[in-house]
Design a protein around this ligand. Structure first.
Ligand SMILES: [Zn+2]
Length: 482
């Protein structure tokens, strides 16, 4: 059985929609709805009663956590689901909660996310920040940091084990209860468990929002201070330096680790990235990014043809649509096409919407050339966990590089070629550019230097005994998906 607990104080304007949505759940099991009325002077209680739900009065203290506690004390369910009166629940909300607990025996709690019913212009930014914070903290610390009071469910047994809400007056749902529950088991974050909440808390004059944020932050600071004072006593026998190091070093390590994962093309922090082959032979793979970009891509193809070298072209979706014949020629002449996003946004990997860009590119490439690349190279080699997840979901692999030439920083084709030859060892993937993002016909998109350098690179590497292969040959993977 699930008990849904809704704390309410003068929610007459909202509560009918909330109860209507909770009454219309498709959940097949038993559930009860409890409204914990924290002293409403409007018709909140009478509306709630008209829906036939249990109404409990809690007048001792005016506090959301107190109302939630009284509601939870009344609850009979094995699972208690926290809800908010100004929120509307999708018809499968309870089913998803029940499924989550039955498929995750180690779960003590699960939270989801809220979307605004009437979103302000910056809502997507907030969703993104919340979602990425939760995914990151769930992956790193085993529990999401930002728990929404409007969609949070826990096992009653675990709740009783940790002494309930413990009278924490500020954000019991966020810092208090989820933190203590996580000691009893796993707190999950499920982004599919979403609800639609009123934007009343944010649809106010900007100054008021800022003032409220300041008040919230100072409350939060107070809460953290108390936690620090408690732990200060625990660490009182340690030296000041050790205490500081103890606090600061995990944060510093975390920041360095995240930056390393995001910026460094070869870093495996967020998942598997291919940047080099492991073949023992003296082979290398030439790769060209950001094309097609004419006339340079065609000139490079002519040179590769002349030397009978096969290469890998990581093309940009928009450019494929602009130069469809060149894209077709790349495949027709035995080279491999890889996906290098649709719009080549520099920080594409930061937002989960941005990661979808690679699907657009796949469509553009398939519609033009009739192949679905198996290789994906993120713009600038920047990676995030959800971008890598999208790559996996699309059946692709993430390929970066191990030798980069800095072609943009020099005007000498000889220097470019020399640097590559100096840095190249067995199995390396060499990065070159036949384009510049989605720009064309400008000085940065002028790739005549790469065109000049290519014969030198091929000749010098061949002289050292290297053989050229495509990236799929180097990694022993398929070039295209079915
Ligand atoms: Zn690029």
């Amino acid at each position: 059985m699930i008990s849904v607990v809704i704390p309410a104080l003068n929610e007459g304007r909202f509560i009918a929609d909330c109860l209507e949505s909770l009454k219309n759940q498709d959940y097949q099991g038993e559930y009860e709805i409890i409204v914990a009325d924290n002293g409403s002077t409007d018709n909140t209680a009478s509306i709630a009663r008209s829906y036939g739900v249990k109404v409990v009065l809690c007048l001792e203290k005016m506090s959301v956590s107190y109302a939630r506690q009284v509601g939870a004390d009344t609850a009979r369910g094995d699972i208690i689901a926290q809800a908010d009166a100004d929120t509307v629940y999708p018809h499968d909300w309870l089913t998803k909660i029940a499924d989550h607990f039955s498929s995750h025996p180690d779960a003590v709690a699960v939270t989801g996310r809220f979307l605004y019913k009437d979103p302000p212009s910056w809502a997507k930014f907030e969703y993104f920040l919340r979602n990425s914070t939760n995914r990151l903290t769930a992956a790193l610390f085993g529990r999401p940091l930002l728990v929404s009071g409007a969609t949070f469910a826990f096992r009653r047994s675990a709740f009783l084990d940790v002494d309930g809400y413990c009278n924490v007056s500020y954000s019991p749902d966020q810092l208090g209860i989820s933190g203590r529950l996580s000691k009893a088991g796993k707190v999950y974050y499920d982004r599919d468990l979403y609800v639609l909440t009123s934007s009343r808390s944010v649809k106010k004059p900007l100054l008021l929002c800022i003032m409220e944020a300041v008040v919230h932050i100072s409350h939060w600071g107070g809460y953290m201070c108390r936690a620090y004072i408690n732990s200060f006593e625990e660490f009182a026998n340690k030296t000041t330096l050790r205490r500081i190091a103890l606090r600061a070093s995990p944060a510093a390590v975390l920041i360095i680790l995240l930056a390393y994962g995001y910026f460094i093309p070869t870093s495996p922090v967020f998942g598997k990235v291919y940047y080099k082959g492991t073949e023992p032979g003296k082979v290398v793979a030439l790769t060209f990014d950001d094309g097609p970009n004419e006339p340079y891509t065609s000139e490079l193809l002519d040179i590769l043809d002349e030397y009978n070298v096969k290469a890998t072209f990581f093309v940009v979706g928009e450019n494929v649509e602009l130069y469809p014949e060149t894209a077709k020629r790349i495949v027709a002449e035995g080279h491999v096409l890889g996906n290098h996003s649709y719009s080549h946004n520099a920080n594409h990997a930061l937002t989960e919407y941005g990661a979808k860009d690679l699907v657009l590119a796949e469509k553009a490439i398939y519609d033009t050339v009739g192949v679905k690349p198996h290789l994906y190279r993120p713009p600038h080699g920047k990676k995030t966990p959800w971008e890598l997840e999208e790559v996996r979901e699309q059946g692709m692999i993430e390929v970066t590089w191990s030798v980069s030439t800095g072609e943009l920083n020099t005007k000498s084709s000889v220097k470019v070629a020399d640097r590559i030859v100096d840095e190249t060892h067995r199995g390396e993937i060499i990065l070159l550019h036949d384009g510049y993002g989605t720009s064309h016909n400008c000085s940065q998109a002028d790739k005549s230097l790469t065109v000049e350098a290519l014969p030198l690179i091929i000749e010098k590497l061949r002289a050292e005994g290297y053989r050229f292969v495509t990236v799929p040959e180097l990694l022993d993977v398929t070039p295209y998906n079915n």
